[in-house]
Design a protein around this ligand. Structure first.
Ligand code: ATP
Ligand code: MG
Length: 354
């Protein structure tokens, strides 16, 4: 069985971690036999933007639609405004392919240290389910009287019933398969139209899941809980903005942004899903070969799982955790291993040669 994967390595450390991740994925597929991943690379990036004035060609989305899934490194580079790389590539892909779930598992793996006191590997094991198509990232709004004292800037937030119900239902399903506990991020005291609506939908869908205990917390209090009692959290669902903020926070408490994987899922599998590390292009360390490939390797495991190979996915995560526990870690985790060293060690383990 061959899976067709579109690969967008992107900018900075993107290509470095993508190479590491795909090498591990190939080794794991080979070890399991019968499965292959075929990669088609696309150079769409800020470099591409410098040459062509756009992040990807006009027919880019059409091209991607022919693949089973998309694997992305990172896009963004100093000098190119963030909204160009976001709205020129990442967000159109997420929206066109209805990747309305951003699935972000965070776990304190063996071999890693949390900056929080008294937290051991295994204590933190949670999933953030972020709405990925609408909400605060609306691209709607306006700005008038620019630069004058009367200047007015408005950004609209868009919550649809369909969009809210489907992300909340996905989170309940996930909670049912895990701890049967769900936390919902809200801010219905200050944001008094969209957030009460979000809470209302959570309440409605909760009735379909009497076996799942749901708690709603204001985003500010919830942020504090991530720091003060992360052990109690399991599945956390939030809007586009809240989910984004919480996942960077959660990445920090499990040791840093280089460890956080993500899947942009179209759960119906009508369109390709996209897998990418949460981190960016990290210009400060790009080209040095020291980027932590953990997030990208784990993202590759999420892709294998989505494509129907949970055995390959768990073999990768297990090998990754064993590698980190053996002290083969990059400088961001206090080690001296290079990206390629970590990748080689994980490959050896998925092949059972270590
Ligand atoms: P973006 O706007 O694309 O999110 P950013 O500048 O906000 O980019 P990152 O590129 O993720 O964020 O970098 C933030 C910090 O984390 C940088 O100091 C970077 O070196 C570090 N960092 C990010 N990813 C990794 C990684 N995989 N390994 C090691 N350090 C990383
Ligand atoms: Mg960032």
């Amino acid at each position: 069985m061959i899976h067709e994967v579109a690969v967008i390595p992107g900018d900075g450390i993107g290509p470095e971690v993508v190479e590491a991740a795909l090498g591990v994925l190939d080794a794991a597929a080979e070890a399991h036999g019968g499965v292959r991943f075929r990669y088609t690379h696309f150079p769409w990036s800020c470099r591409y933007y410098a040459e062509h004035g756009r992040m990807m060609p006009e027919e880019g989305l059409q091209t991607l639609s022919g693949f089973e899934s998309i694997f992305l490194g990172a896009v963004g580079w100093p000098g190119v405004p963030d909204h160009v790389s976001l709205w020129g590539l990442l967000l159109p892909i997420r929206r066109r392919f209805e990747q309305y779930i951003n699935y972000r598992p965070l776990r304190l793996l063996r071999g890693l240290r949390s900056p929080l006191k008294g937290i051991e590997p295994g204590d933190i094991d949670l999933v953030i389910v972020r709405e990925n198509n609408e909400g605060e990232y609306s691209n709607m709004g306006g700005r008038i009287y620019e630069g004058t004292p009367r200047e007015i800037v408005i950004q609209n937030t868009v919550f649809t019933r369909t969009g809210t119900e489907r992300v909340v239902r996905f989170a309940f399903e996930l909670a049912r398969r895990r701890s049967r506990r769900l936390v919902s991020a809200t801010k219905s005291n200050g944001i008094n139209f969209t957030m009460p609506f979000w809470d209302q939908v959570v309440g409605e869908i909760a009735r379909e899941y009497p076996d799942v205990t749901v708690s709603s917390y204001h985003i500010d209090a919830l942020a504090a809980y991530f720091v003060l009692r992360p052990k109690t959290l399991d599945v956390v669902v939030g809007s586009n903005l809240f989910g984004d903020i919480l996942s960077d926070l959660a990445a920090a408490i499990v040791g840093g942004i280089g460890l956080a994987p993500s899947a942009n899922l179209n759960p119906e599998r009508k369109y390709p899903s996209m897998f990418e590390p949460v981190h960016g292009s990290a210009p400060d360390i790009a080209g040095k070969g020291i980027a932590n490939p953990t997030a990208a390797i784990w993202s590759a495991a999420l892709m294998a799982e989505h494509l129907g190979h949970p055995d390959i996915a768990s073999a990768i995560v297990q090998a990754l955790e064993d590698t980190l526990a053996a002290g083969i870690v990059t400088p961001d985790q206090g080690g001296s291993a290079k990206t390629a060293d970590v990748a080689a060690a994980v490959k050896a383990r998925v092949r059972g040669r270590s």
